[in-house]
Design a protein around this ligand. Structure first.
Ligand code: G3I
Ligand code: 9MR
Length: 573
């Protein structure tokens, strides 16, 4: 009897050992599977940890450490069919694994994932790179000297001779308008898009001033005792200031008449023009200058004063000229950034002016809307700028009592809707429609959620925001990490003239691609370049190809919520 028990025990031990050996062998030999979609950077130890799988035959997964040892075993959950990507999906959860280290996911019968880390400084580097991207976009500098051999970029546009286009209301002449960032893959500078970009990043600074303390980036101003984020924003603010006309109105953009070809900035020959003067541009200046005025008050009192007076003059002009809508004049084909609904811009500018001055005239203009925050998909530069005003109001101590209650409840209601949508999506995002710049739509939902977390500290909002970052770094239907330089397979062939014209092996790091866009307005151009979209399904309509300006361009208003989300997560997790 006893011998029999020992034999059975031995048999069990042998089977377990043999199975273990077989599994270890299978793990060692497992090949990379693109069906396993995971944040290719990793996850924070204390937050939830999920991945998505495009393969419904499997039922279990392992998280395997660097040493080949299984650190966690779990079951996969059915997520069902997701229409935007046309996939039947499953998900895995390993939130209970907290130990820091390098891992990969192994799914028996499917393969292994890209490696990733569990780390509490997950986005330390990526957040800094995302902000540093603006330095690479500065128009007036010669980056080559610093980056020879690494990133080359000969001197940009001095913009010392910029002509007045007749659409400005002037009949000739020129002046300088130096500094500022290139908008995107093109070399234009647009006030409207400058506004949402600077506004978003200043919102972060006002909430978390040490997110990018002095010395966190390697930029010429580092070491001057001022936050590097404020230094970088100042480069753009100073340019925006040059766009204001004497009467307070603001020129819409500074670009050539036609998009430049693929040439380096110092080689372009096209003349650059001030084009149009619009209510939208004027309100953008009013909003960010009012915001900057309070944020730079201690850092640079002179600038702070000047910024406030520019903002007030601009707001007045806009009130007197509420309908100066921009449209490209004949013969001009650079970016339009045209908008005919300016309620958001008026709200934003009045909100910023109220926070800075406390003047009731501004408060009257916004008081009736305190509870009405929304999330509007697509084109953040025109659709979500009122949200920037709401965020400033949330941080503004002047708002108390019942008004504060209305404001906070409005935000929490919106955040609950977004968190609910994210929870029901197999990729953890509240977005299911994908248009030009969709990655910025996705990131902007995380900004809403992070502000909700600021209001009541409910971790569900922080978790949802972290889940949205997972999507950007690889837990998505394309399998790409959309941020250059970060992840095993990242977007690199951007529609970015600086990269296309130069012979660089590596893109500048820290840029987020526009992302999936089911309209594919550039499909002809992509095809002429000898390629095509891998899929026309909305969440997969993305191609890492330089001809794809509608899915793979870089843009300052898309990187701004990336800076916000990574800077905030790194601080809050
Ligand atoms: O929403 C409509 C949809 O209803 C319609 O069916 C569809 C048909 O094409 O268009 C959709 O609107 C598109 C819109 O983006 C929102 O997705 C427009 O066609 C499309 O032209 C528009 O693209 C804008 C693009 O400029 C072209 O004007 C982008 O939002 C905007 O971010 C982009 O911005 C450019 C600047 O002009 C120049 N600098 C680079 C920058 C980034 O690409
Ligand atoms: O290169 C341009 C890109 O920077 C803009 O965002 C985009 C917006 O319309 O336009 C791109 O230029 C394309 C033009 O619109 C159509 N012809 C092809 C151009 C790029 O190859």
């Amino acid at each position: 009897m006893k011998t029999c028990r020992i034999t059975i025990l031995l048999l069990i031990v042998t089977i377990v050992f043999a199975t273990g050996c077989r599994e270890r062998k299978a793990i060692t030999e497992a090949e990379l599977s693109e069906s396993i979609r995971i944040n290719q950077l990793g996850v924070y130890p204390g937050l939830e940890k999920q991945f998505t799988l495009n393969d419904t035959a499997a039922d279990a997964f392992r998280v395997v450490g660097n040493n080949g040892k299984v650190a966690f075993r779990g079951d996969l959950q059915q997520e069902g069919f997701w229409e935007p990507s046309g996939e039947f999906l499953m998900s895995g959860d390993f939130s209970e694994l907290h130990k820091k280290g390098t891992y990969f996911i192994y799914v028996p019968g499917v393969g292994r994932s890209h490696p990733f880390v569990i780390s509490d400084s997950l986005y330390h580097s990526a957040a800094r790179a995302a902000l540093k991207s603006y330095y690479f976009m500065r128009t007036g500098i010669d980056i080559e000297e610093e980056y020879v051999g690494k990133f080359s970029r000969p001197a940009g546009h001095p913009d010392d001779t910029c002509y007045y286009h007749p659409s400005t209301g002037r009949s000739g002449g020129f002046r300088s308008s130096p500094g500022g960032w290139y908008d995107a893959g093109d070399y234009g500078k647009y006030v409207v898009n400058a506004g949402v970009s600077v506004g978003t990043m200043l919102n972060l600074h006002e909430w978390i001033p040490d997110a990018f303390a002095d010395g966190s980036l390697d930029i010429p101003e580092s070491g001057n005792g001022i936050s590097d984020l404020l230094d970088e924003m100042r480069y753009e603010l100073d340019w925006v200031m040059t766009m204001q006309d004497e009467d307070g109105g603001v020129f819409h953009k500074l670009t050539p008449l036609l998009f430049d070809g693929v040439t380096m900035p110092h080689e372009t020959r096209s003349k650059r023009f001030f084009i149009g003067k619009s209510t939208a541009a004027t309100l953008n200046l009013a909003a960010i200058m009012a915001q900057a005025s309070r944020i730079y008050r201690d850092v640079d009192p002179r600038f702070s004063k000047q910024a406030l007076s520019a903002a007030e003059k601009a707001y007045k002009w806009a009130v007197e000229h509420p309908g100066e809508y921009f449209r490209n004049p004949e013969g001009v084909n650079t970016g339009g950034y045209g908008d005919r609904i300016l309620d958001e811009e008026f709200f934003w500018a009045a909100a910023e002016l109220y926070c800075t001055t406390g003047s009731l005239a501004y408060y009257d203009a916004i008081r009736g809307d305190l509870g009405n925050i929304r999330f509007r998909l697509e084109e953040s530069w025109r659709n979500t700028v009122d949200n920037l005003g709401y965020y400033s109001l949330l941080m503004c101590e002047r708002i108390t009592g019942e008004d504060r209650e209305i404001l906070e409840q409005g935000l929490l209601k919106l955040a609950d809707e977004l968190a609910g949508l994210a929870a029901s999506s197999p990729y953890g995002i509240p977005v299911s429609r994908f248009v030009w710049g969709s990655n910025s739509d996705v990131l902007n939902t995380a900004v809403v959620l992070l502000f909700a977390y600021r209001v009541n500290g409910d971790s569900k909002y922080l978790e949802a925001a972290a889940g949205i970052a997972d999507y950007i770094f690889g837990r998505n239907a394309t399998g790409y990490s959309f941020v250059s330089g970060y992840g095993a397979k990242y977007s690199r062939n951007f529609h970015h003239r600086l990269l296309m014209a130069d012979d660089l092996d590596e893109p500048f790091p820290g840029f987020v691609a526009g992302g999936p866009n089911h309209h594919m307005q550039d499909r002809m151009n992509v095809r002429q370049g000898g390629a095509d979209y891998p899929s026309t399904l909305p969440a997969r309509a993305y191609i890492d190809h330089e001809g794809s300006y509608a899915s793979n361009e870089v843009c300052i208003n898309w990187n701004a919520p990336l800076v916000f989300v990574l800077g905030a997560l790194e601080h809050l997790q």
